[in-house]
Design a protein around this ligand. Structure first.
Ligand code: CA
Length: 222
């Protein structure tokens, strides 16, 4: 699941991003209203953490435009001001929750999880494929019923394969989806991560890795 973090206080933004990544979410950090609008125009996000006081405007204006344009995923607003007015305006504009600064990361995570859980009642919350089970809410993975311990990036990578069974994913596609960047596809970073993921997953019934290499192209989970 992808979360957009809009926060101009660099340290706080990075702290939230890192915490979300450790909790196995893919988190993108931006620091302005303009960058936030660009991010949402370019990609889908499952939830947004939105600071109100941004250098080029108010997060509340961004929220208003998103809701008007039909974006319906959960939004948690953050505000240093902690004023009742902001909170009420934010909730009226379609924010799902509100956290006054300072807040604990655990509290933010708990609220995001609860919103995503509520949201996902009509959505997919689980993948079952080739003996692998992935629960998107508890962030747990099993292989043949046994728990598999994955890092945030490994989880996101496996989620991408499970969401696209039988589809060949190029290294560029994987880089864009997991690392939020398209870097030179000659880099072996993706190969390293796929290798790590393979060591944690059992092989298929024919003894070969579940995630197959498509020579010169990328990878596929058949
Ligand atoms: Ca701010």
């Amino acid at each position: 699941m992808k979360i957009l973090v809009v926060e101009d206080e660099r340290k706080l933004g990075q702290f939230i991003q890192k915490g979300l990544q450790e909790a196995a979410y893919t988190a993108t950090l931006v620091g302005t209203c303009a960058a936030a609008e660009d991010a949402l125009a370019e990609s889908h996000y499952d939830a947004i953490v939105l600071d109100i006081g941004l250098p080029d405007g108010s997060g509340l204006d961004v929220l208003r435009r998103w809701r008007q344009s039909g974006f319906s995923e959960p939004v948690v607003i953050l505000s240093a001001r902690g004023q009742v007015d902001d909170r009420i305006t934010g909730l009226n504009l379609g924010a799902d929750d509100y956290l006054p600064k300072p807040f604990s990361f655990d509290e933010l995570l708990a609220r995001l999880r609860s919103l995503l859980r509520r949201e996902s009642k009509q959505k997919r919350t689980r993948y079952e494929h080739a003996g692998i089970g992935m629960d998107l809410l508890s962030r747990k993975v099993t292989a043949a019923g046994q728990p598999v311990d994955l890092t945030g990036r490994e989880f996101a990578l496996l989620e991408l394969f499970l969401a696209n069974p039988g589809r060949v994913l190029t290294r560029t596609q994987i880089a864009e989806r997991i690392w939020e960047t398209s870097f030179d596809s000659e880099t072996n970073l993706i190969d390293v991560y796929v290798k790590k993921l393979r060591t944690k997953l059992p092989n298929g019934t024919d003894g070969t890795p579940l995630i197959r290499t498509v020579r010169g192209t990328g990878y596929v989970l058949p």
